[in-house]
Each structure stands twice: as C-alpha cells, then as structure tokens.
Design a protein. Sequence first.
Length: 393
Amino acid sequence: MLRSLLLVLIAGLTIAGCAATARNAIPPRLADTAEVIGLERRPIRFWGDTPPKALAEATREMDHQRRIAAKTDPRLSLTARQSILVISGGGSDGAFGAGLLNGWTTTGTRPEFLVVTGVSTGALIAPFAFLGPQYDKVLKEFYTLYETKDILRPTVLAGLFGGSSVASSEPLAGLIAKYMTRTVMKRIAAEHARGRRLLVGTTNLDAERPVIWNIGQIATAGTDRSLRLIRQVLLASASIPGVFPPVMIDVHVGGKKRQEMHVDGGTTENAILLPVQTDLKKINKKGRRPAPEIYVIVNSHLDPQYQSVKPSTLDIASRSISTLIKQKTLGDILKLYDFAKRNGLRYRLAMIPASYQKRPKEAFDRAYMTALFEAGQKLGQQGYKWATEPPVR
C-alpha cells in the first residue's frame, strides 16, 4: 500500500509549485485556548501528550453515569474488571482488526468495552467496535467491499500548483458519512451516558502535537454541527499528510474565528489511550475499582519482514518509510505497555502474524483486504491467543 501512495505523492512533489492556500491560523500563544465553534465550553478534547487537568473529574463523571445506568441495566457491573480496547493505525491492514473483532464475537467472550480508542484506520473501526457486535457487519463491509477508487481520487495537478495534497479524500469522506449517520451518533451518545467513552486521535499539525477527541461527548450535543465534527475528526485521523488534504477545523480564539489543521493521528501517536505520564493510581486512591485490562489490536506486522529491495529511488524510499512507520508503531506499543504496567493494567496484544505474507497490489486492494479480514476473523473464531507483552527483539 505504501509504495502506491508514495508514487502518487512523489509525482506531485517533484514539480510542485511554491504557492499555498492562505489560512487563518492560530497564534502559537493561543493554541491552548481554542474552542471548536458550536461546542464551546464542552470537554470534547485534550492534548494527547499532557495529562488532562480534569481527568479526576471526568473519571468521577463516568462512575456517576455507570451507577445510574446500573439501576436499570442488570448487565452493568460496578465491581467487575472492565476492558479497554485500543485500535492502531495501519491503512488497509485495518481489515485485520475488523476481522478479528468479527471472529471474537462468535466465541461469546467479547466484552463490552468501557473505553474504545482508535487512530487512523483504527479511528474508522472504533465507533462500530464501541457500539458492539450488532455493527460487525458494518466493519466487514468497510474492509471487504471497497478498493482504492472508493477511498481516494488522484488530484496530482492540484498538488503541482500548491495544493495541500495529491489526492482527494472526498470518496473516503463519503464513506464515513454513509456509515457515521445521525442514528449512529445518537447511539454513541446513549453509550456515553452509560459511562462509556469513545476516543479518537488526530494530529494538530501546527502544534506538532497529538489531540484526543471525546467522540461521545461531541455526540451528546446531538446537532448537525456535532455530527459534522465527528465526521471531520474521523476523516482527519485517517488523512495521510501530503496524500490526503488536511482537515481544517473551525475554532474560536480570542473572540475571532480561526482554523486548526488536523492530519492522520498516526503522525504523532499510532495507538492512544492517555498520555504516558498519567498516574491512574492517584485517581483510584482507595482502590475501589479493579484495574482494567487493555486489549491492543495492532493493524500491522511488528516483527521484521525480510524483503530484497530493488536499488531504485522509489523502492528504497518506500521500504525506508515503511520501516520507519513500523518502528514508530512498535515504540508506541511499548509506551502503552509501560503505561499499563505502571498503572497495574492487564495487557493483551494482537497483531498480524508473521506467517501472513500476502501483499497488496495497490493502496487499497479489495482482494488483499478481504483475505486479511478473513484471516483475522479465523483467528478470532479460534480464540485468539493474546500476547501479554510486546515482541522483544
């Protein structure tokens, strides 16, 4: 997949002009004060590299919501160990995670997750994983019915003359709108009210910082603007810089309307939960809740894959970037593992097995994604053997 996208990107960059579209960016000193228009004074996001100041308050709110929900929902336990699901980026390899979740459902052991997070392709999976097995069909459709032409449209000429990308993300935006409907938003809001949380990561490119969005909190607004923002966040999280255009989000800063530039969440963090410095033990001082277990689905190989590289610029660049991404992903997974251990969380890891050697023929190869979905589904049906620590080199 990477080689195909890189070819499109290089085609634009080789003769790209210097012109660029003007924008009303935020002054650096005001970056922390920006509020999304229409959702001002709502706790809808936080920086992904700094522990949120209101985390203790947010945790108390979750507990309160769960206590209320438990009065009418006998399935909801306030004392049982809770489960968290983290879904990484990985482009078309997201088919693995979608298949694994589908297969897991058939075993009858898939939990209702207290928190679900996603980045990039994981952000597209996360809302439907959050809503449960009744949306398994959506995940299967998303990763087995579509191909490159349904995801992106090359616009190299725009890139040549100062545009923000060499491909249009309009097809992907259309798919997101098809599946992220008002009904889905209402169901996310209802689950948020039960004390559950859905988080998606993007990258604020101006700030060079990860941003974690509370999708359920946005959904509770129930407006056209909130639905549009959710779709924007999902698109931004999956927008590969330079290939897809960034997503511009309108904000108020100092009484003025300005714009933030958001791109693929994997640019900064390819798997998210909370900033690594966060100390959950300080929040749960009395030990009233057993520490959760965290399931991490990595939509890629983490093990080294030997491949003879052709001595061409494109092949060398493609292989180098894919290696960089793999090492970045491994680093992010190791950070999550360290976070889990420091905070007493049980850690479970799934990834594409080293034995799976099929390769895509294009950026979003339908046959490849279908085969990978089926491979993940089979592993899930067999009762996936989750690793308890990241692979050690």
